[in-house]
Design a protein. Structure first.
Length: 668
């Protein structure tokens, strides 16, 4: 079976290459999300056609060449950028810092944004993500669409719906824009409901259901020809969310995000752009296991995260020199509780704070100097500096930590400094090269400092934080090359990280477990050194004006200083898509292959993962009726009903089997 899989993929790839030089380019005009095109930004990003217009944000992210997803269920999958995740990367919405309220990372920031309130997905790899705060692994910024203000047509919008057979799933998304004079108002809404899905052997995966509703409102007012005010609001409410890879589900996950932005584009002078923003967001996440059978001790685990902040960003231009300056500050308050209810009669509930009331305030500045030395050479020099102040305000939480041998007094204060140098060389219009070197650092997450007996289902250990843990640091190098002609686009990038004080959990035999059935307790600790290397490649060939093919390859490898593998490293992954357009029809075949992963982390108690391959078929028909445009989509994901899981999937849970979907939308 594996040989057939490889032969099929090789055939699609080589056949595309052999045809690439015969015909001229055909620009890609297919929208990748409901009602609008989602732009994937950043070098190395490869946007794959996703015909179901109501596709989730996770599906879009998973088809870029530098982003993967950690899957704990059928909802709220966690982004990974070049093998790094959680506190190693920044995830923002319109530049706003947002932090989940779940100690188990069941609510990544991306779960609170829908595709119909998204206009761009900005992916910054490695030190480039420092624009949004100190980071090691990069940044993911979700940009919401601005309302249309001046338009001959006051009302515009669209509606769409899709049905998925594998989970009896229903997806509905829509938006509406009103433009009147200097005002523009845009509303978008969505509702999704999916039941338990079936994996490749036709068995139901229990606790994989979810229901969610999302609302977004954007108002824009033109102060004059060069400046505007914008008010944005996102409200997301997910209910009855199952997590088959975890011992608990989520009864409710709510997020409210809001911000006010001032933008100014001066008509004269060296200042080209100024953006000032104030914002806030409130997240409430409630875990419980009340619907799980045979629970030895029932638990409730609510969590709260409130963030408020602001930033000012400016862009200056003097001849061949460009300077970007950004100052920002935010404060994040978190609290998470756990109450255990013994099943035996007369048992006394036990309460503890898994995140004791903690406030983290971070202020920073980012500067990037770009100089175009010649038509071929360009340099970028940047520096990020942050000061972080973290304070546990709960007396009860401090008393808890005394049982671990820590006396928490005063605040945790840290200074983060990250310089970076980029060199770009473009010898011709077809070829581009770049190299980058950086020293980056990131502060430990609140979990890594003050987390208190957090059970990790992946390795079966309780985790506790270390208030004296050091910042994680890394030396970074990367190199990129791209080639573009009228018929062919190629891109290759390589990267390497040399970590210092790498943070991970290490078994502490002096501590007793808290969770029933846990193997023991791990304490977050600094590992003196580790390394990670990887490469991404992507290609897009236009075979004829109506036929094109896309290829993406990914590979990441990492080890600790003792030779053990870094956790959650994906093996070689290959994606291939072949698209054909005939009149109003769009047809696409897709192939995906992932190699087996035997280079595992023994410390994290990973299991080897088998190779797999997938085949998907898609079709779309565009219709026009009374001046309105619509689409009808049909397709099959996992056509061969493969029984598979990726190396990033927790708990040995297998992914959905064959999924037949039907969808339609209308744009007016």
């Amino acid at each position: 079976m594996r040989l057939k899989a490889v032969m099929l993929g090789v055939f699609l790839g080589l056949w595309g290459i052999s045809q690439a030089q015969r015909h001229t380019i055909h620009q890609d005009t297919i929208a990748t999300s409901v009602l609008q095109e989602v732009v994937v930004e950043g070098e190395g990003a490869q946007d794959f056609y996703i015909p179901e217009k109501q596709s989730s944000l996770e599906r879009i992210m998973d088809r870029t060449s530098s982003v993967n997803l950690i899957k704990r269920g059928n909802y709220a999958q966690e982004p990974v950028i070049q093998g790094l995740s959680a506190g190693q990367i920044n995830i923002t919405v319109d530049g706003m810092h947002v932090f989940g309220a779940c100690t188990d990372r069941m609510d990544p920031v991306s779960s609170y944004v829908e595709t119909n309130n998204l206009s761009a997905l900005q992916i910054e790899e490695g030190a480039n993500g420092n624009i949004h705060g100190s980071t090691i692994g990069g940044a993911l910024n979700m940009v919401s669409p601005a309302p249309v203000v001046k338009s001959e047509q006051p009302w515009s919008g669209g509606l769409g719906a899709t049905y998925h057979s594998v989970s009896n799933g229903q997806d509905y998304l829509g938006n509406l824009n009103y433009a009147a004079g200097k005002w523009g108002v845009r509303y978008s809404g969505g509702w999704r409901k999916h039941q338990n899905y079936l994996h490749g052997k036709g068995k139901q995966v229990d606790f994989s259901q979810y229901t969610k509703m999302n609302h977004s409102l954007n108002l824009r007012y033109l102060l004059n020809e060069s400046s505007a005010l914008r008010l944005s609001l996102i409200m997301d409410d997910a209910r009855d969310v199952g997590y088959p890879a975890l011992p608990m589900d989520v009864s409710s996950a709510k997020g409210n995000l809001y911000g006010l932005t001032y933008e100014w584009y001066p008509e004269q002078g060296s200042l080209h752009h100024l953006q000032a923003k104030i914002y806030g967001n409130n997240i409430t996440h409630i875990m419980d296991d009340s619907k799980r059978p045979d629970v030895p001790i029932r638990m409730d685990m609510p969590g709260w995260s409130d963030t408020y902040g602001g930033f000012v960003e400016t862009m200056w231009q003097w001849g061949r020199h460009q300077l970007m300056l950004k100052t920002d500050v935010y404060t994040n308050d978190v609290r998470a509780e756990m109450t255990m209810y013994p099943n035996q009669e007369g048992g006394i509930p036990m309460f503890m704070l898994t995140w004791a009331d903690t406030r983290r305030t971070v202020g920073g500045v980012y500067a990037r100097q770009s100089t175009q030395w010649t038509t071929q050479w360009k340099t970028n020099i940047s520096l990020r500096m942050d000061y972080a102040h973290t304070l546990m305000t709960s007396t009860f939480g401090k008393q808890q930590f005394q049982t671990l041998g820590y006396a928490i007094e005063g605040a945790d204060e840290r200074l983060l400094v990250s310089p970076q140098l980029e060199v770009h060389y473009q010898p011709s219009e077809q070829w581009k090269f770049s190299m980058q070197g950086a020293y980056t650092s990131r502060q430990p997450t609140i979990t890594e400092i003050y987390g208190f007996y957090l059970f990790n289902r992946f390795d079966g250990y309780d985790y506790v934080g270390s208030p004296d843990i050091k910042n994680e640091k890394a030396w970074q190098w990367s190199a990129k090359a791209s080639h573009e002609t009228e018929q062919l686009q190629l891109g290759v990038s390589t990267f390497a990280y040399l970590f210092r004080d790498y943070i991970m959990g290490v078994t502490d035999p002096s501590l007793n477990r808290m969770t029933v059935g846990a193997k023991g307790v791990k304490r977050y600790t600094n590992i003196p050194s580790a390394y990670m290397v990887g490469a991404n490649a992507n290609a897009h060939w236009w075979l004829t004006k109506d036929l094109s093919t896309k290829t993406t390859l990914q590979y990441t490898h990492g080890r600790l200083e003792d030779g053990d593998g870094l956790p959650m490293m994906l093996p070689l992954r290959w994606q291939q898509a072949l698209r054909y357009q005939y009149k109003q029809w769009q047809l696409q075949a897709e192939y995906e292959y992932a190699n087996q992963q035997n280079e595992i982390s023994e410390v994290f108690e990973e299991q080897a993962t088998e190779a797999y391959y997938l085949v998907n078929l898609r079709a779309e028909y565009e219709v026009e009726w009374q001046g309105k445009r619509g689409h009808i989509q049909v397709g099959v994901d996992n056509l061969l009903d493969a029984y598979y899981r990726t190396h990033l999937d927790w708990g040995g849970i297998y992914r959905p089997g064959r999924d037949i979907y039907v969808g339609m939308n209308i744009i007016f």
